[in-house]
Design a protein around this ligand. Sequence first.
Ligand code: GTP
Ligand code: SPV
Ligand code: MN
Length: 639
Amino acid sequence: MLLKGVQLLRNGLVAPPKSYNFRLVCRALSVQYGDGKALTPAVRDYVDKCVNLCQPERVHICDGTQAESKLLQSLMLKQGTIQPLPKYDNCWLARTNPADVARVESKTFICTERKEQTVPVTAKGTPGTLGNWISEKDLQAAIGERFPGCMKGRTMYVIPFSMGPVGSPLSKIGIEITDSPYVVESMKIMTRAGTPVLQVLEKGDGQFVKCLHSVGNPANGVHAHKSWPCDPERTIILHKPAENEIVSYGSGYGGNSLLGKKCFALRIGSTIAKREGWLAEHMLILGITNPQGKKIYVAAAFPSACGKTNLAMMTPTLPGYKVECVGDDIAWMKFDSQGVLRAINPENGFFGVAPGTSTETNPIAMNTIFKNTVFTNVAGTSDGGVYWEGMNEAQIKDVTVTDWLGKLWSKESGKPAAHPNSRFCTPASQCPIIDPAWEDSAGVPISAILFGGRRPTGVPLVYEARDWEHGVFIGAAMRSEATAAAEHKAKEIMHDPFAMRPFFGYNFGDYLAHWLSMEKRGQLPKIFHVNWFRKSAEGKFLWPGFGDNSRVLDWVFRRVQGENCYEESPIGRLPSKDALNVAGLKGNIDLKQLFELPKEFWQQEVNEIEQYFETQVGDHLPRPVAKQLAELKKRVANM
Ligand code: GTP
Ligand code: SPV
Ligand code: MN
């Protein structure tokens, strides 16, 4: 297909016409910042193709320095994208277009030759919910309708970045091309970005993931919101795993635009992991030391806005315990030559949910985020600070508050001051409990994996899988209340297998088979399911959560050490009587209600899972997972 001077070739999303010559463009185009010569030939070629397609006025090759940050901050100040927060040190507040506030799952696509490489074949008449497939032809058309000339008159930024420590054998490199200085500054926090990455590319195999991003052309008049250009109606996020390529258009927000995160580390990452025999997961990683001084590492998959950041930085209420943070959102895990499952956090920062973060719930986050941080869609205060729901209200006693929409706010309005998906973007290295091994290129050994979600009824505080196969089934059967992290209706209980529903890079059935295949690779961590969110009939949380979740980690720890502190139940292993350490727990905690397994609920749950597997996964469901469901069904019938 020929698109206004740009030919999009089959073996890549973005390719120039055959007659195209890089040196010609270089002469015509001013490299406004950075050193074009530092680019490897393959990177230059990619930049060149993007220049040809997007037709920017200038190119800025990011070096990752502080001087560069100063420059971009003053540019964003001038454009009104950010405002300073003088109450803190080098902190900024960005307010987005209210139409661009979260990930858009319905506009996120994976392109493979055959549809079932991306998604399972669903039952007749059932729309799939495990990802969206797009054909090559439609993908080319989508790019052709959006990208030609989209950066006219503006600057194209080239961000070399590493997921994982620069130069580590487990790390992978990406090049993100964007027209958003906000994305540049955020990527410099969330990844290791800048010139050193180019040096590694030069010395290594030269492989990188191609990431093209544009907010769209403000000159087209589609941007009502001057300081936050975006094109919400035409937003689209495209992935081509076979080419290690990502193209994202129209949104500047989070996972839509910081392409190292969900697009690369999870969607493309999971396809690379499948090929290479490892796992790329939506998981936090933490280290926990018990009162005897023994330390283990735990990974946990909870859906978006369901408590990963909080658990990863937890301050245990149980005396003698210490938690240290390796990562809060993504884990790359691989068995080493000794058969030990080792995990690295490919990220360099936290893009964490602001509302609910306070000195009571997450003091460690509060001690991390008030320097070198970009806040997005939180409220601002007249003393140059920030505010959100759940933060100590004493903060706003003598000041006026401007809400995330830029309007003067009062509590009486009944509206939230901060958007429920407002976030802080902050360097991981600033976390006071960052684990000493968080940048260890060998990764940390994982002894336990937790799955969890927001389950207001029926699901106990914690239970343990009977074995690996049962654990894989538990991951596959995960459900959780929808949150503001994506465009779904809040409160609806949705299936979110492995907390990966929005992030699978390939067919979920094949993903399950891949997880099952880990069984022969090495020593398997124990698998658990946790639920901090069970509610009483009055709608109150039954469990205090946060630091008291250390009581659940204590049980997990003891189970990992082989302590016989469990009893069997139809759904899995529960803490035996008195095995959960509740000493010193404040308030009246109704443990009976917290662990109750109502037969009717579990019958419905089993039917729902059965229905889901049948209609959504169909023939792609591996037999061992179907067998696990059948066995659970039998046990529940005999409850
Ligand atoms: P993503 O960054 O979207 O992947 O989310 P996340 O899983 O890191 O979620 P996060 O830890 O930021 O938690 C989101 C919300 O859940 C916040 O408002 C927290 O206050 C709340 N939360 C976290 N842990 C608990 C808990 O143990 N109990 C209760 N009741 N709420 C919690
Ligand atoms: C999530 O939604 O799981 C996030 C935030 O971690 S975002 O990066 O926007 O995807
Ligand atoms: Mn996440």
